[in-house]
Design a protein around this ligand. Sequence first.
Ligand code: OMP
Length: 237
Amino acid sequence: SGTTLAPYKAEFLQAALDGGILKFGSFELKSKRISPYFFNAGDFYTAKLQSAVGTAFAKAIIEARTQFAGFEFDVVFGPAYKGIPLATLTNLKLGELDPAAHADTLCSFDRKEAKTHGEGGSIVGAPLKGKKVLIIDDVVTAGTAKREAIDKIRKEGGIVAGIVVAVDRQEKLTPPDGDDSKPMPSAMGELRKELGAPVFAIITLDDIIEGVKQKSLVSAEAVKDIEEYRTKYKASD
Ligand code: OMP
């Protein structure tokens, strides 16, 4: 039952499971929610996994170019720290997979602390001024980390052309009164509305559940825990 994942999504999920990047257990998130799964993009540290993650981002972006009319960008930008290798690998693979469109696509990242000597500034790589910038990052839960990147890019004179992350956890935002039982939209959905630009992921929580069920890669108990978590925290959009 259910739909089959696109090959690039299934391959990415398999690589994340094989590499121990996607883990099952009990994890406290930045938001303090206790999650039965966690995706750690910092663990893509073998050549094979780096190739897999760069390829998956590049394919998701190439696919998105066919989906969203007018989606174009000059620079792929990775927010420090975890976004830095992700953006670099993505740009490398974009150029390899689609040289006609991406052989000259630019890449840059930010410093956590602005440098006051030498070349100075807080951006390393391609300058952002007047450029259309695609943000590449690991995971979106509440979207806080991505908002910081948007502010930084705008301060540098760049135009945010979109956001692509490895995993969209599809969780609802917490309302101001803290009542998590209320229906609420997702961080990805809110960012999409605010930017009026493509905001997408290689895989979503729905894809993860679909994929692990079809391949029986994960214990039935872990799948049940994740489905319960999805029911509890799933966003309304
Ligand atoms: P938000 O800024 O709330 O969207 O949280 C996203 C950040 O949380 C990521 O950039 C990670 O630092 C961390 N995180 C993960 O890396 N993987 C997960 O599966 C979940 C989180 C998280 O804490 O929500």
